[in-house]
Design a protein around this ligand. Structure first.
Ligand SMILES: Nc1ncnc2c1ncn2[C@@H]1O[C@H](COP(=O)(O)OP(=O)(O)OP(=O)(O)O)[C@@H](O)[C@H]1O
Length: 385
C-alpha cells in the first residue's frame, strides 16, 4: 500500500474516520436483467498478425428500463461492447443474452428481428441527404414492407414525439445538429424497439442542444419503457441521465455501480482519470508545488475531503470546517447532486505539524463525519525567505 494511503488508513482506523471499502467489480446487479454479458471476449486481428483484445471476460447485466452508461478511455472497447448487443460485432467467446436469449445463436431471420428490437443512434446521425425527414424515418418500415398509409401514420407519430412534425418535408442539410439527431432518434424508434443504443449521440452537439437531446432520451426511456445503453466521452452526460455506469479499461471491466457512487467515490485509476475534468482542481501553483513527502521540512498537507451519498445533503457546516484547526484553509470545494444523492469534494490545506492533532479529530463533528473519505493528496513545502 502506498505510504499516503497507509497513513490515511492508520489515522482513519485510530480516529474513527469512515474510509469506505472498495466496491467489488460485480456490484449492484439490477432486479430484472434485460441484457446480460457473460464472459464476453472480442479479439480483432491487429497489424502484423498480432491479436487485439478489445474485450476480455466482460460480465455484467443491464436492467430493463435502465439508462446505462459505458465509459472508458479511447480504445477501451466501448464501441465493441455496444455493437456486441446487436451483433454488429459478434463476440469471439462468451454470451450476450437479451431477454435470456443468446443472440449469437440467432439465424439470419433472428438477427433481423434482433436489429429491429434494438435501435441505434450515432454521433454523425447517418441520415440520407437525398431524402426528406419523413422518408429518412420511414425508410426502414418501407424496406420491411409496411403499407404506405401505415408508414405515414407511424412516422408522423414519431415526428410528433421528437418535436419535428413541421420539418417532415425538409432535407437534412437544412436541419441543425440537434434536429438531425432528433430525426436519428425517430428513425431508431421506427420498429418500436425495446432497446436503444446511443453511440456518442451528443458528442457533435453544443451544450444546450445536448441538454435537449438528453431530455428527449429521458422522456423516451420513461414513456416508452425503453432500455437505453449509451457510450460517451462526456462524463457530464453520464451524470445527467444514467442510473448506472460501467468503466472499461484496456478491454476489461474495472468498475461499475450507481453513477452517484462511482462518481462520488471512484475506485479504479481509469475512472479517476476520466472524472478529472469534472472535478474542481487545486489552484495551479499549489498543484505544481505538490510533493509526496516533506522529508522533515515545514509545510502544509493538501487534503481532499469527499462526501458521497446522503450524509451531507444539507451542506458542510462552516463550524465543522473551522474544527480543522487555526491554520487550515479551504482551497476549493463544491457539493453536487446526482440522481438525488449528494456528492462533493473539499480541498483543504492544513499545516503538516498540526495534521495529526487537528485533521482527524475534526473528521467527526458530534455524531456526523465531516467527510466520508479523506485523502492526503500531497504536501506543499513552506516558502523559505
Ligand atoms: N475492426 C477492427 N479491427 C482491428 N482492431 C479493432 C477494430 N475495431 C476496434 N479495434 C481495436 O479494438 C480496441 C477497442 O476499440 P473500440 O473502438 O471498441 O474502443 P472505444 O473505447 O470505442 O474507442 P473510442 O473511444 O476511441 O471510440 C482498440 O484497440 C481498437 O483499435
Amino acid at each position: 500500500m502506498p505510504a499516503k494511503l497507509q497513513l490515511v488508513s492508520a489515522l482513519a482506523a485510530s480516529k474513527g474516520v469512515v474510509v469506505a471499502p472498495a466496491r467489488p467489480v460485480a456490484a449492484t446487479v439490477p432486479a430484472e436483467a434485460h441484457i446480460v454479458f457473460d464472459g464476453v471476449r472480442k479479439a480483432y486481428a491487429g497489424p502484423g498478425g498480432a491479436q487485439v483484445n478489445a474485450l476480455s471476460e466482460v460480465s455484467f447485466s443491464i436492467g430493463r428500463g435502465e439508462i446505462f452508461g459505458i465509459i472508458g478511455r479511447s480504445g477501451a472497447g466501448k464501441s465493441t461492447l455496444l455493437r456486441a448487443i446487436n451483433m454488429l460485432e459478434p463476440p469471439s467467446a462468451g454470451r450476450v443474452l437479451i431477454d435470456d436469449v443468446d443472440v449469437s445463436t440467432l439465424n439470419d431471420a433472428g438477427l433481423l428481428g434482433l436489429r429491429r428490437r434494438v435501435g441505434m443512434i450515432f454521433q454523425h446521425f447517418n441520415l440520407l441527404s437525398a431524402k426528406t425527414v419523413r422518408d429518412n424515418v420511414g425508410l426502414p418500415l418501407k424496406v420491411a414492407g409496411v403499407k404506405p398509409a401505415e408508414v405515414r401514420e407511424r412516422v408522423d407519430a414519431l415526428l410528433d414525439l421528437v418535436g419535428l412534425r413541421d420539418k417532415a418535408d425538409t432535407y437534412p442539410a437544412k436541419l441543425s445538429g440537434g434536429q438531425k439527431q432528433r430525426v436519428g432518434i425517430a428513425r431508431a424508434l421506427v420498429h418500436r424497439p425495446a432497446i436503444l443504443l446511443c453511440d456518442e449521440a451528443t458528442s457533435a452537439l453544443d451544450p444546450e442542444t445536448t441538454q435537449s437531446i438528453l431530455a428527449l432520451l429521458r422522456d423516451i426511456n420513461r414513456d416508452l419503457g425503453l432500455t437505453v445503453v449509451l457510450i460517451t466521452h462526456d462524463m457530464a452526460v453520464i451524470r445527467e441521465v444514467c442510473t448506472r455506469v460501467l468503466v472499461l479499461d484496456g478491454g476489461k471491466l474495472v468498475e461499475q455501480g450507481h453513477v452517484w457512487q462511482v462518481f462520488g467515490d471512484p475506485q479504479a485509476a481509469a475512472t479517476r482519470a476520466l472524472l478529472r475534468p469534472l472535478q474542481h482542481d487545486l489552484p495551479v501553483d499549489v498543484a505544481q508545488a505538490l510533493v509526496p513527502s516533506l522529508d522533515g521540512r515545514a509545510g502544509n498537507a493538501i487534503i481532499a475531503l469527499r462526501f458521497t451519498g446522503d450524509s451531507h445533503m444539507g451542506g458542510v457546516p462552516l463550524a465543522a470546517l473551522s474544527a480543522l484547526g487555526p491554520g487550515a484553509s479551504l482551497l476549493h470545494g463544491g457539493l453536487d447532486r446526482i440522481d438525488g444523492h449528494g456528492q462533493g469534494r473539499l480541498l483543504v490545506s492544513v499545516p503538516a505539524a498540526t495534521l495529526h492533532t487537528h485533521t482527524f479529530q475534526a473528521a467527526r463533528v458530534g455524531d456526523t463525519a465531516l467527510a466520508d473519505h479523506i485523502e492526503i493528496l500531497g504536501y506543499v513545502p513552506a516558502r523559505i525567505g
